[in-house]
Design a protein around this ligand. Sequence first.
Ligand SMILES: NC(=O)c1ccc[n+]([C@@H]2O[C@H](COP(=O)([O-])OP(=O)(O)OC[C@H]3O[C@@H](n4cnc5c(N)ncnc54)[C@H](OP(=O)(O)O)[C@@H]3O)[C@@H](O)[C@H]2O)c1
Length: 314
Amino acid sequence: MKLLYPTSLSLDPKLLQGFNASIHSYDVTKPIPEDLTDAEGLITWCNSPSNLKDAASRCKKLKWIQSLAAGPNDVLNAGFDPKTVTITTGSGLHDQTVAEHTLGMLLTAARKFHLMRDSQTQGKWPGNLGGPQPDKAPGTFTTLHEARILVWGFGNIAKTLTPYLRALGAEVKGVARHAGVRDGVQVYSEDQLPELLKGTDALVMILPGSDNTKHALNAKRLRALPKHAWVVNVGRGTCIDEAALNSALDEGAIGGAALDVFEKEPLDESSPLYKQKNVILSPHAAGGRPRGAEGLIAENLRRFLAGQELKNVL
Ligand SMILES: NC(=O)c1ccc[n+]([C@@H]2O[C@H](COP(=O)([O-])OP(=O)(O)OC[C@H]3O[C@@H](n4cnc5c(N)ncnc54)[C@H](OP(=O)(O)O)[C@@H]3O)[C@@H](O)[C@H]2O)c1
């Protein structure tokens, strides 16, 4: 079997040795070289759309694609035949970095570091943000202690994030397709959202991008949140109706938004989100460095060669 790995990140190919497979590197920005088009396995990371389209049309023996992204929307959009090609995701490889980024966004929102930085760059002392302050004034989001955090999309990243939030005293609830208790957190189904949103200080979105999650957070749901509530999105940009979010911010219907992902990336420079005072933007920076990729690839390569079910099948 021939397995292709990308040069877009430094993998240690030695960790993939010892299998009855030949391992070859390929450039994710160029067409697949002719002598590699008979590969059965393809590992992808930050491939150009044209490279994936080319692989879909020329690599006719492909049976397995291991994406190192948790949400491989790029691979799904490339035109591979789902009847012959199994796609496995990199879910689990980004848990720590995305959880840390989310925690940073929540703390920035609560402690107002973004406003302090705005003043700093103008050479101004942000006196209104310092000095004596009320502790946990009703209708504010100023601390994670006893903050009611609702995590919508309660998968691997949410499970890594939860202990960080709890360590700071937050109350964590989840929303997912299936209700139940996960890692000690009560997870609700989406039909409970109207009630849940009312009692939320910060809504953290970690949903995958799909037709089912498109504009999951819409105008109606945004208005169900308290006026001081913050929205954090580290899942996929398509899960929020950005125009409705912008209107909610204009009208003061929510406290603010911290966004790492957008409906279209890069976010167009004409987007009104750049000008919103209570918005923190990061350029899809939460993930970006799959950790332990070799371990997942080796495990799935072993399973593939043994004819077993693969891990993280989409
Ligand atoms: N910003 C970044 O750099 C970055 C990095 C990595 C990942 N991500 C994004 O984060 C997403 C989540 O990653 P993960 O590893 O935590 O994924 P995961 O373990 O697969 O968890 C996904 C969660 O979303 C829920 N879900 C899926 N479809 C849903 C729907 N239609 N309605 C409600 N809930 C739904 C699932 O519910 P059930 O458990 O009930 O099935 C599950 O709880 C990825 O898909 C990716 O798009 C972003």
